[in-house]
Design a protein around this ligand. Sequence first.
Ligand code: SF4
Length: 298
Amino acid sequence: MSFFYNFLPDYSEPLYRPPSESRSLIFQITEGCSHNKCTFCGMYIDKQFRLKPVNEVFREIDKIPNDYALRVDKIFLADGDAVIYPTDRLIIILDKMNEKFPNLKRISSYAGARELVLKSVHEWRELAHRKLTLIYFGMESGNNTVRKLMNKGYDVEEFIGTLKEISSFIDLSIMIILGGGGRKYSKEHALDTARVISEVSPRYASLLTLFMRRNRDYFQNIETPTMGDLMEESKTVISNIGGSNITFRSNHISNFVSLSGILPDDREKLVSSIDKGIARLKAEGLYDMIPDYYMEDC
Ligand code: SF4
């Protein structure tokens, strides 16, 4: 066991990755989140952001034994927005990874709107040529009022063009946060989010439910959503997503119903699952209840 840990890259806690990266080798080329100001997010609240110097990343790559390196086909770049890394130096790191891991199929990372627009489409192409071909984009909402409540930092009009352009050569996995607009902005949040997803038509889209891990007053002026509200909101999102061939998932632990399918083809099946979930909430007297985790301390 200790042998295994000796050659792993260096990790600083907390370390997060998407569920679909469970079999990926993770390199923490940045620590924390360069934005770290979203009003609901406490993921990296106590972690000072830093870019790990290229020579430090190289040292971690070099210590992976070559026979193990042959088995690595996916790499995830951590932490919260690793592609904020300046492109010239990121290219040097990706080249090194491609050299070290000959069977590498893809490299992925989380990104926010800022990272998207700070790089040109040409830069994104250069990165994609080096197998950075999957971006988990934390859009959270396609509605600007809700994005402001969340302090995401950019309006939709500022990043949707880049999203559309890079989606032709990078797989996008767009994350949406149910409940982000409270009860007050639920409808706008759902409809505008569905509109952006439809326009971009990403490879993947996923729904999570808002966890308050930073600002306990998040819902103060927008009414805390009930379990029923959250289910209705997910139904509105799914009912209004167009586009084509979008792999849709809503299987995060925060969600009340686990959903998966291809949109828009599986829309009816997904909506029917939500309707069953709504009926169950009603039967159990939970429809008008506020989720337990909205009652906890942050
Ligand atoms: S939601 Fe993403 S961008 Fe916002 S603070 Fe958390 S990790 Fe950073």
